[in-house]
Structures are given as C-alpha cells and as structure tokens.
Design a protein around this ligand. Structure first.
Ligand code: NAD
Length: 484
C-alpha cells in the first residue's frame, strides 16, 4: 500500500492520524493517507507566508515564469506516474486522463505564467491645478497566501487550474485536495522541488472538510483568500468561514446543466456531444448535461439514438483501451446516485436504458459501478430534474417553442453551463445570451480555451477564473498615483 504524505515547506511530512484511500474499482484500500492536524496546517500556512515574504515574493516575474514552465515540463516528464496515480484514485479510463487530466494539468502552469508575463495594466494622465499633472498606473500585487480547496472529479486539472494562476501571480498556496484523490497533489510536490520552486510556495495538507484539514485551512487567519471547487453546500460553508476577516472567495460549484437540441441541428453531432456531456467521466463533470430538452419533431429519433449510444458504451477498467466509462468515485457516491435512480422510478420516469448496477464480475463486485441511464416522462418539478445527481444519467423531455425551452432550462437554482444544438445562427446567439449560465456552448461541449472566463451563475459560483479573469482574483490591484 502506498503512503500518501502531506507536503509542507518542501518536505514530505507524516501525520499521527491516517485514513484509507479505497479503490473505486474494487472498494479495497490502495493507500494510507496522512491526515494533517491543526499544527500541520499552521506549519503549512507559516511556510507559505515565509515564502511569500521571502524568495517567491522577491523573484522577478521572468524567473517565476521560467520555473512554472519547468513545473509543466516536470509533469510531462513524469506523465505516466501522474496518469497511474490519477486513474488509481478515480478509476477513470486512462484514455480520458491521458488526453484531458494530465496534459491540461501541466498546461495550466504554462498558460497562466505566459498570461502574467504578457498582460499589461492601466495608465492614466491626470490634470492638476498647478498644471504639472499626475500619472496613475495599476499595479498587480499578489493577494497573499491562498487556500485551495479541491474536488475529486478532475483532481490534477482542477487543482492546477487554481494553483497555476495563483503561483504565476506571485502568491503561495496551501492546497487541500479531496480526501478521495490525494495522490497527484502529493506527487506534484516532487515536481515543484525539482523545478526549483522554493520551499513553502506549494503546500499540500490532506484530510476531510469539517473538523479536519479543509476547515483548518479555510478558517485559518493566515490565509488571505480562498478558492474552492466543489458542491454548493460546501461553498456556502466556506463563504461563511471566509466572512471572518472579510477574505475574498472564488467559488466554482454545482450544476444541473441543460442541453437544448433544436430540430434543425446537426443530428449526429448533437448525439455525439450529448453522449459525451452526459456520460464522460461517469457523469462526474460539473459541466455535464443532466437535462436534455429536444424539439418535438426529432424527440423520438433523438431518444432512440441516445439510447443506442449509451448502450454501446463500455463500462470497464482504466487500462482497457475499449473502456468508455469507469466507476463512480466511491461506494458512498454510488449510493447517492443509485438513490436517484430509485427516485426517478418513484417519480414516474420511463427508464429508457440503465437504472442499475452492471455485473462487473466477482473481482470488482465491491466497486462503485453504475449503468449509464436515460429517463423520459418526468415533470419539470421532479427532484430528478431539479437536483444535481453527478452521475452518468440524464432526463430527456420534448419542447415546442424557443420561449418554452428557455423558461424550462433557466428554471433551476444552478446556472453553470449549457449546450445548444442548432444550425440557425441568430437563434444560437439569442438562446446562448438568454441562458442564465456562465458558459454557453453552441454545437459543442467542453471546448475550452484557457484564456476565456470560466465560472457559474446563480448557485453555481461566484467569480470567474481563466485567462486574465484569474488575475482579478489572484492579485490585489492597486493604483499608484504620482504627482509630477
Ligand atoms: P465537495 O464539496 O464535497 O468537496 C470539495 C472539497 O471541499 C473537498 O476537498 C472536501 O474535503 C472539502 N470540504 C468539504 N467540506 C468542507 C468544509 N466545511 N470546509 C472546508 N472544506 C470542505 O465536492 P466534491 O464531492 O469533491 O465534488 C463534486 C462537486 O463539485 C459537484 O457538486 C460538482 O458540480 C462540483 N464541481 C464544480 C466545478 C465547477 O467548476 N463549477 C468543477 C468540478 C466539480
């Protein structure tokens, strides 16, 4: 069994308390994780402060950029180790992590380093009564020690999405990875050391939320800002913690995303995109589609084609190249998803496909497997249509007009993402702009340019990260006014 340690001030540190990390494939323990106590979180925050005031804070932007490029290169040099660690923790197909999680995890360091290197601030000349004038310029200072609280669905990618810009802007971080996925965050410590990132810049403390490392980080007075990705309920708790000391938060939270499929769409593309958005990563993508609205003339054809696609997906092991979907993250999450499968039936759904647990054989009976599932026939008020399930499932319902579908799609407490499928350009713009979401895709899904803003509306988030928008959160913009 692997031993997963905390990474504090450039060194791996054991804890008195430990917990088991279990394989999503079998339910068996695969690692012992060291749970940081309060004193270790204190040590991590102190190390981060010292690095901020010391070598990292004093380093030139050019040198910081160079070292962050070395971090990206270091991840790529140890690609297979990161891949194995990520797939062991999550059970996701290697084919997926090889193309998304690991390369994008590395890219986050390069992209944000280059943005910081190239983005200017502002400058104004100001008239003064003595005629000599003044000049004003904007200066971006680091925000300080940043607490980074991460989820388990895309562990390395979503963690570096925050750590990349935070470090590029000159901050230092204390990362609390999900208790379900501790491995890649820990491994990154070795890469940081090898890349010449000074001790204390990147710290990792393992553990849970309440009463554990998550709470210790977010309530720590030495943490200047908190960036979080995870469930909306957790985000609320973190916002309360951040209120003490009026510290800024960036929150990327849950979703119950709608796809809107118009009858004039490219049908095959809409099916392919919806299959991915509903089922990739076993449905555990915040941007994933759990509600599909299809214009009535193509409704039956769409349901039949999506069913065919879902039934053609192979639920399997990470290293099998034919696998399109792995298990859910844990038995606990499997229980939650299966409770919604049960609820859908109770609420009167027609089960088009799935609805249960696939037979994976005796060796994998303890794993967190579920079938890709499609329902129709539920009312808009059904809990299955309203609440985030975070599993490989979607409900499909017909619509007759643009107004009707916009009203239905927007009638949700979340507002993260949408995918709109149509060949009518005017309608594409109109519906994308009227959807109350942070991200609207037209004729695509999860097509990401890292320079663009990312985040959710309503209960899906506060703030935007990505490109220059990340600088808004990770820097403290000051105005320098000089009288001439
Ligand atoms: P979660 O909220 O259960 O946990 C996220 C992290 O918060 C974990 O590290 C956890 O230990 C920590 N945590 C829990 N309670 C805490 C507390 N009181 N104080 C401090 N830390 C605490 O989320 P999850 O189950 O890991 O991830 C799934 C959720 O994340 C889904 O709701 C999904 O939609 C959302 N998500 C959102 C985005 C986005 O960009 N909007 C991306 C990925 C996932």
């Amino acid at each position: 069994m692997k031993n997963i340690l905390n990474f504090i001030n450039g060194e791996y540190v054991a804890s008195e308390r430990q917990f088991d990390k279990k394989s999503p494939l079998t339910g068996a323990a695969i690692a012992t994780v060291h749970e940081a106590d309060k004193a270790q979180v204190d040590a991590a925050v102190s190390a981060a402060r010292a690095a901020l005031d010391g070598p990292w804070g004093q380093m030139s932007v050019a040198e910081r950029v160079e070292r962050l490029h070395a971090v990206a290169d270091g991840i790529n040099q140890r690609f297979d180790e990161f891949l194995a660690a990520e797939c062991a923790d999550t059970g996701k197909p290697m084919s997926l992590a090889r193309h998304i999680d690991i390369p994008r995890g590395a890219a986050n360091f390069k992209v944000f380093a280059d943005i910081v290197k190239n983005v200017p601030t502002e400058f104004f000349e100001t008239a003064t009564p003595d005629g000599r004038g003044a000049i004003n310029y904007g200066y971006r200072a680091p925000i300080g020690v940043v607490g980074v609280i991460c989820p388990w669905n895309l562990p390395l990618l979503l963690m570096t999405w925050k750590v990349g810009p935070a470090l590029a802007c000159g901050n230092t971080v204390v990362v609390k990875p999900s208790e379900e996925t501790p491995q890649t965050a820990a491994l990154l410590g070795e890469v940081m050391n090898a890349a010449g990132i000074p001790p204390g810049v990147y710290n990792v403390v393992h553990g849970f939320g309440p009463g554990s490392a998550g709470e210790f980080v977010t309530t720590h007075p030495g943490v200047d800002a908190i960036t979080f990705t995870g469930e909306t309920r957790t985000g609320e708790a973190i916002m309360k913690a951040a209120a003490h000391g009026a510290r800024p938060v960036s929150l990327e939270m849950g979703g119950k995303n709608a796809a809107i499929v118009f009858a004039d769409c490219d049908f095959d593309a809409a099916i392919e995109g919806t299959l991915r958005s509903a089922f990739v990563n076993c449905g555990q993508v915040c941007l994933g589609t759990e509600r599909v609205y299809v214009e009535r003339p193509i409704f039956d054809k769409f349901v039949a084609a999506l069913k065919l696609g879902a039934e053609g997906m192979k639920v399997g092991l990470p290293d099998d190249a034919a696998t399109s979907m792995g298990p859910l993250i844990s038995k606990e999450h499997q229980e939650k998803v299966l409770s919604y499968y049960q609820l859908a039936v109770e609420e009167g759904a027609t089960v088009i496909t799935g609805g249960g647990v696939p037979d994976m054989g005796a060796d994998y009976a303890g794993g967190a497997w579920v079938q890709p599932t499609i329902w129709t026939g539920l009312s808009e008020s059904a809990r299955v249509v309203k609440e985030e399930i975070f599993g490989p499932c979607c409900h499909i319902s017909p619509f007759d007009s643009e107004e009707e579908v916009l009203a239905k799609a927007n009638d949700n407490v979340y507002g993260l993402a949408t995918a709109i499928w149509t060949r009518d350009l005017a309608r594409a713009h109109r519906t994308a702009q009227r959807m109350k979401v942070g991200l609207a895709w037209v004729n695509s899904w999860f097509l990401r340019d890292l320079r663009t803003p990312f985040g959710g509306s309503k209960q899906s988030g506060i703030g935007r990260e990505g490109g220059v928008h990340s600088l808004e959160f990770y820097t403290d913009m000051k105005n320098v006014c000089i009288k001439l």
